[in-house]
Design a protein around this ligand. Structure first.
Ligand SMILES: [Fe+2]
Length: 171
């Protein structure tokens, strides 16, 4: 059985994940509006990942007879001046999520809820990878620049560039 404090923090985390999913959808739209479908795909996939996290938490809470509370999501940000600004915002988004996930783990330990702490472990590790890959993308955008020609190149080769950034991370 989960303690009230653990249920509360898990329910709070469901909102963080749902908000992140919505924020990524807004970024996918921003890219599509600017004819950057290659980058939009990356954000659609990120929105889906966050929705999966949201559902995993909802199902975990419900499986312990502590009802998950489904709340409305926040209005996501949709105004940016450049792709670099978009990715700086993504870094803030992911970092904020890391702080929240770490806080959930912390509450689990304080409540001696080692099972939920273990359940949260993949979330903790995934955040570390997410922050690192966004840092690499920011480095890549800064290196390639963001004039029209660079944007065209980045969009067209986004998938390849991400895979390369993951294999050869920036120092
Ligand atoms: Fe997430």
């Amino acid at each position: 059985m989960l303690t009230t404090e653990v249920v509360e923090i898990l329910n709070k985390q469901t909102i963080v994940e749902a908000d992140a999913s919505h924020a990524y959808l807004a970024l996918a739209s921003w890219c599509e509006e600017r004819n950057l479908p290659g980058i939009a795909e990356y954000f659609y996939a990120a929105a889906e990942d966050e929705r999966v996290h949201f559902l995993e938490l909802v199902k975990y809470i419900n499986s312990h007879q502590a009802p998950a509370i489904i709340r409305s999501v926040s209005q996501p940000r949709s105004s940016f001046v450049s792709l670099l600004e978009v990715f700086l915002y993504v870094w803030d988004l992911e970092h904020n999520n890391t702080l929240n996930i770490n806080n959930v783990s912390d509450v689990c330990l304080k409540n001696k809820d080692f099972a939920t702490y273990k359940f949260m472990e993949p979330f903790v590790l995934e955040q570390q990878t997410s922050e690192k890959s966004v840092e690499d993308l920011i480095h890549m955008i800064k290196t390639l620049g963001h004039d029209d020609k660079s944007l065209y190149y980045i969009n067209k080769n986004f998938k390849k560039l991400i895979d390369k950034a993951i294999q050869e991370p920036a120092a």
